[in-house]
Ligand binder design. Sequence first.
Ligand SMILES: [Zn+2]
Length: 161
Amino acid sequence: MFARHFIDSWDFAHKGKELRGEIPVAEMPRLADMLISTDGQVSYVLRGYQDKDGNPMLELSLDGLCQLRCQRCLQRMDYPVRLVSRLMLADTQPENELSEDEYDSVPADPHQDVSALVEEEILLSLPFAPKHEPGACQAATEGLLQSDGNPFTVLRSLKNK
Ligand SMILES: [Zn+2]
């Protein structure tokens, strides 16, 4: 049975804590909405630390597989989730001029849901319009088969219509 983990993110970063686990894709509803199947799970390692300027940071490493729907052929497409995100904890809402785009920042939360953090990072990483590689896509292959690769056959069938 899957149990949600909650951390005090400020404390987690300052004490350099580490947490690892696995989250079933089915437990991440916003992510599951984007997928063709909720099979599978994502492993995570969450590490707290302070950067060279003493800012409290979270480093989230993810490893797993999601099953997206290819926007061209509408078939299943395996999408490996392999990413490392570094998030700076902010004690207040981040100010625009403070951000140097080096890190994303998240508000510190004494009751941070780890799955929500993992889900958010995966959502941010997903391609906007996922498509198979041209050679691997069902739609492209079927198109070739129908016209048998000969442009004259296509022309002839158009004339006869
Ligand atoms: Zn495809």
